[in-house]
Design a protein around this ligand. Sequence first.
Ligand code: ZN
Length: 168
Amino acid sequence: MSEWCQNPKCPEKKNQNQIRGSKGAKYYQSNKANRYGNGNFCTLGCQTEWNNEYMDRAIDALGVRIHNAVKINLEDAWYVEYSSSWRNQSNEDEYYLRNKLKGVRQLITKQQAQTPEQQAEEYNSWQHINNTQAKELAIQLGLASWHINQFNIYYRYYWHLVSSIFNP
Ligand SMILES: [Zn+2]
């Protein structure tokens, strides 16, 4: 967030509302920043102009350029889908545990869909657990493929055996 529009060419718009100063000493000045670009620009136009000039350099300067497509695999593609009462046929808020890549759309309860904190907030029924928590729920409900978990279970069992031998 910034106080002033971050596009250095902002005053070049020469809008009426950018005029300041008294007669004989008038000038144009930048606008205050608005909601655009995370609160750094006055308009979408200024944001675009800044992007064209600086975005590539910003990405490279931060060292965050992505060179390969980012992937979310089958086992991590879980999320909660909210269906509000006024949009569905049951006339009740509904929550689904979703994984389109696996073709799963499982109706879950509000208690499963929300954290205790979210449940306490009466008027925020659209809120729900994040994608990591959705995956955990899928595992709990036995909907997630258990290959990865199976390894974990074996591993825990193995350690249980090893500890019981050495700590009888
Ligand atoms: Zn601007």
